[in-house]
Design a protein around this ligand. Structure first.
Ligand code: NDP
Length: 340
């Protein structure tokens, strides 16, 4: 059983050498009386929050993400096939998505964050992204936290990623004007030509983020879907409309810093009566089947599309995960461990 192990707690940007490989044996039969499930992992999801789990245990973030243990396999969202089950709700052959180890086979204890996959007329890998945790994040964050209305102006950062590309498409379905930022020309082209954003720009090429935002939002921003934090948040604050909303989904620009960058334009929150709300997707997992009912028809009709960045082989997992922090992924980053 090949595994990806955390060598030691990470400070600063993660490096490939922070993750090492191990080979163990695994019993593919569940012991009598055990309620565990043995799964074969097919697809692994690379998610930015995993960096937080690579750092030293921190009481501030523990409720969101428990630190990984050095010397043990890291874990994350996965699509897996049940090999053997002692759990009454699972039988051999079932496909599930939820947390599993970064390894070929995992022994899991199913919990409410494991979902049985019932719809297989769509790509199975979508359950790491569009139909999995990032899809639920976009859905809950946009519809529940942003409380959008038709005609409102929406800005999304890290807009071509696993979450952002969906937020933009949901905003268009809602009848909003939506602009996205991303870190390369290729990503900007995707935003405009594939995901239907009204406008998009490469934030790395803008000298002045305020000027860029003013260009696309002359009347201001009603909704900001925050994925990056730092300088972008500072610039957005100045461009918010009165009673605007900011859904704080993530702040990837800060995850590798011990001391986070300061945000300066905070008084604008008062004058503009801005509502800023952070959220964590797992709080919304009870709405997962409602989300599926909503999103599956759009996928089947081709009205929602999804771009994945697929890497083959567990051995290429560490570099794919680390690539997120350098913008290497184009779309949802996932790893194929096995196809069946
Ligand atoms: P992505 O697929 O968007 O991948 C990460 C992207 O972030 C990179 O491709 C890069 O895109 C961008 N990025 C990396 N470093 C920086 C930086 N320093 N400044 C600006 N952009 C940067 O990731 P996800 O869609 O999976 O996640 C997006 C955000 O949502 C993350 O912050 C994540 O932590 C958060 N999240 C929060 C959840 C919650 O429950 N609250 C659940 C899931 C995700 P580019 O080339 O455009 O710079």
């Amino acid at each position: 059983n090949k595994q990806v192990i955390l060598r030691d707690y990470v400070t600063g940007f993660p490096k490939e050498s922070d993750l090492i490989f191990n080979e163990t044996t695994v019993d593919l039969k569940v012991p009598a009386g055990s309620k565990t499930v043995v799964v074969k992992n097919l697809y692994l999801s690379c998610d930015p929050y995993m960096r937080i789990r690579m750092g030293k245990p921190d009481p501030g973030t523990a409720a969101l993400a428990q630190a990984f243990n050095p010397g043990e396999p890291i874990s994350g969202y996965a699509v897996s096939r049940v090999i053997d089950s002692g759990h009454p709700d699972y039988t051999k052959g079932d496909l599930i998505w939820g947390l599993a180890g970064w390894e070929e086979y995992s022994v899991i204890t199913p919990n409410p964050s494991h979902f049985k996959i019932q719809h297989t007329d769509v790509p199975l890998s979508y359950y790491t992204g569009l139909l999995g945790m990032p899809g639920m994040t976009a859905y809950a964050g946009f519809y529940e936290v942003c409380t959008p209305k038709k005609g409102e102006t929406v800005f999304v950062s890290a807009a071509s990623g696993a979450v952002g590309q969906l937020v933009g498409q949901f905003a268009k379905i809602m009848g909003c004007y939506v602009v996205g930022s991303a870190g390369s020309k290729e990503k900007v082209d995707l935003l405009k030509n594939k995901f239907g954003f009204d406008e998009a720009f490469n934030y790395k090429e803008e000298q002045d983020l305020n000027a860029a935002l003013k260009r696309y939002f002359p009347e201001g921003i009603d909704i900001y879907f925050e994925n990056v934090g730092g300088k972008m948040l500072d610039a957005v604050l100045l461009q918010m409309k009165p009673h605007g909303r900011i859904a704080v989904c993530g702040m990837i620009s800060q995850y590798n810093f011990e001391d986070q960058e300061g945000v300066h334009n905070l008084t604008t929150i008062i004058y503009k009566r801005v509502r800023i709300q952070g959220f964590v997707v797992t709080d919304y997992f009870d709405k997962y089947y409602k989300f599926l009912d909503f999103v599956l028809p759009y996928i089947r009709e081709g009205k929602i599309t999804y771009v994945e960045d697929v890497v083959e082989g567990l051995e290429n997992g560490p570099s794919a995960l680390i690539g997120l922090f350098h913008g290497k992924n184009v779309g949802k980053q996932l790893i194929v461990v096995a196809r069946e």
